[in-house]
Design a protein around this ligand. Structure first.
Ligand SMILES: Cc1cc2nc3c(=O)[nH]c(=O)nc-3n(C[C@H](O)[C@H](O)[C@H](O)COP(=O)(O)OP(=O)(O)OC[C@H]3O[C@@H](n4cnc5c(N)ncnc54)[C@H](O)[C@@H]3O)c2cc1C
Length: 569
């Protein structure tokens, strides 16, 4: 059995930051199914929020209000307050760790506007912000030498818990197929989001819900799973992201009639309204026949910005357009549509990063979570752009600190290694024995299709019921799949099948929670309940594994000085 004081699953911003916090004096392991700097954090483009006030006066109070309003008043305001207060220090700390931010002409950290933020608050490194931060953190981890062991291309399968205590994880080495138990005093999950359940998504291939499902399978509820963010500027048909930075630098959204249609939907903020509002506006234009040539996309027009500005501020966007569709945004508009982008919901935690297992705030001892897989909840029903990198760093640090303190006093708990390994080996064997005719690719595509078409920007009871029914049928077909590779070495087919199993269940959870929430709030919009209903639904969803399916409960939102008001821009 492998042993470490702390095991962190995930090497994105949250995992790396947590590791830096725990490694001083403890034996820490980071486990990641992709090479550490291939984590999805590295794809983040636009920026990381903080009220530095580089170019305009700003304050944490304004950052807080924008975040709470952007989240349609579902955020827990105690957590938001501490998080926005921490932001400026986080930026300077990242800079001192080696992250090179873009500058103003007089040498300050440059900041740009982003959707839903009332001030220019996004600190950035051109349009490669996540890349810059992730590499700076990775270098710091390498500097720590032996105190952090990285298990690169290892897969976490399940969490080992007993009662209210977490004791370790069951994992396997993707290269050899060997299954191992890691015994740990503390486990921190930083496994990222699960946008791959949708057909049109900006998320990396690794964003497949393994972490959230491992927690759920251990009896831990998931919070606010129905809130999925659709980003307004995904490349048509492919979902690849053109950062909101394109609009903050002055890009226009244009419909088939050549109109800047945001005038109708958010006259004061135009293209820089929060993402849920812009995505719905785009979808309405498309649904009402005003897409480009009447089709299901609109244009992101950057031509008026000029080549110099595009090269300086948006080089990656220009390159993505050239590489993927051969369109140069200097001379032509880019075709876009809403793309599944961010998971507001996840494993419930308190503001210290401890995982909580009920509506009373009871912690699971020795289990922590941070970043996109967790739900603190600072983003409520809709996350503002640039608030997620900040979340990953702030709560990665906090979860690391809480785990560090807990681990000092904790001891290793007994684990029945044989039994834990056997469970996962049985799962492998069960998959290898499948001799069906169903294609896993077809099942995966059908799941993605129904999630985008029936549980997407606009939802209704009718659509969601169809979606859930389809997903249940797919879960049955999943058991009758055709396996072609029964080998042990680098069996990527096996891992893709396991990921698909996790996604099918997660998709059902999202759709079921969405069906139960009979209102519209933030990223969750019901055409049959188009208004926000604070009397009935100003509360967080908690979904538990039940005896005959999913059990849905709710818990109150921690409000504060900002009382819910109508959300207009
Ligand atoms: C294209 C794109 C652009 C974005 N731009 C911005 C932006 O400009 N600003 C902003 O604030 N936010 C942005 N976001 C959101 C933000 O990047 C993410 O929410 C954030 O980086 C998540 O960080 P994380 O550490 O939680 O997880 P990730 O960076 O997603 O890392 C997840 C880690 O978990 C590991 N993992 C998962 N499952 C397993 C398993 N079973 N076994 C082992 N390891 C596992 C993976 O290997 C990976 O290391 C963007 C997102 C996308 C997709």
């Amino acid at each position: 059995m492998i042993k470490h004081d702390v095991v962190i699953v995930g090497s994105g911003l949250a995992g790396m930051r947590a590791a830096l916090e725990t490694c001083k004096g403890l034996d820490v392991a980071i486990l990641t199914k992709v090479y550490p700097t291939r984590s999805h954090s590295g794809a983040a483009q636009g920026g990381i929020a903080a009220s530095l006030g580089s170019t305009e006066s700003d304050s944490w109070e304004e950052h807080m209000y924008d975040t709470v309003k952007g989240g349609d008043f579902l955020s827990d305001q105690d957590a938001v307050e501490e998080y926005v207060k921490a932001a400026p220090k986080v930026i300077y700390e990242l800079e001192h760790l080696g992250c090179i931010f873009s500058r103003t002409p007089d040498g300050k950290i440059a900041q740009r506007h982003f959707g839903g933020h009332s001030k220019p608050r996004a600190c950035f490194a051109a349009d490669r912000t996540g890349h810059a931060i992730l590499h700076a953190l990775h270098e710091q981890i390498l500097k720590e030498g032996k105190s952090v062991k990285i298990y690169s291309e290892w897969f976490m399968h399940s969490l080992i818990t007993e009662g209210n205590k977490c004791k370790g994880v069951v994992v396997s080495d993707i290269q050899t197929g060997a299954v191992e138990v890691i015994q740990a005093k503390s486990v921190i999950f930083c496994t990222g989001g699960y946008g791959r359940v949708c057909k049109i998504t900006s998320n990396a291939f690794a964003s497949t819900a393994d972490g959230v499902m491992a927690a759920f399978n251990a009896g831990i509820p998931l919070e606010d799973a129905e809130f999925v963010q659709f980003h307004p500027s995904g490349l048509y048909r492919q979902g690849i992201l053109f950062s909101e930075a394109a609009r903050s630098e002055g890009g226009y959204l244009v419909n088939g009639k050549g109109e800047r249609f945001m005038e109708k939907y958010a006259p004061s903020r135009m293209e820089l309204a929060p993402r849920d509002i812009v995505s719905r506006a785009e979808q309405s234009e498309i649904d009402e026949g005003r897409g480009i040539d009447g089709k299901d996309y609109i244009y992101l027009d950057l031509r008026h910005l000029g080549e110099k500005k595009i090269n300086e501020r948006l080089p990656q966007i220009r390159q993505l357009g050239l590489d993927f569709i051969g369109v140069d945004c200097v001379t032509d508009p880019l075709p876009i549509q809403p793309t599944a982008h961010y998971s507001m919901g996840g494993i419930p935690t308190n503001k210290f990063g401890q995982v909580i297992i009920d509506d009373q705030g009871t912690p699971m001892e020795g289990f922590f979570a941070a970043g996109e897989c967790a739900c603190v909840s600072v983003h409520g029903a809709n996350r503002l752009g640039t608030n997620s990198l900040l979340e990953a760093v702030v709560f990665g640090q906090r979860a690391g600190k809480a785990a560090f303190e807990y681990t000092q006093k904790a001891s290793f708990e007994n684990i029945n290694e044989g039994q834990e390994k056997a469970r996962i080996l049985e799962t492998f064997e069960d998959i290898f024995q499948r001799d069906g005719t169903e294609s896993y690719n077809v099942i995966r595509n059908e799941m993605k299709e129904v999630m985008t078409s029936h549980c997407g920007v606009y939802r209704s009871a009718k659509k969601l019921e169809h979606c859930i029914e389809t997903l249940k049928k797919l879960q049955v077909r999943y058991k009758k799949g055709k396996v072609t590779d029964r080998g042990k070495l680098f069996n990527t087919e096996l891992y893709e099948i396991i990921e698909l199993g996790n996604m099918l269940k997660m998709a059902e959870i999202i759709a079921t929670c969405a069906l139960s929430r009979e209102e519209s709030r933030g990223g969750h919009h019901r055409t049959d309940f188009p208004k926000r209903d604070d009397d009935k639904f100003l509360k967080h969803t908690l979904v538990y594994p039940g005896k005959d399916g999913l059990d849905i409960k709710y818990k109150p939102v921690t409000l504060g000085k900002h009382k819910p008001v109508e959300r207009t821009y």
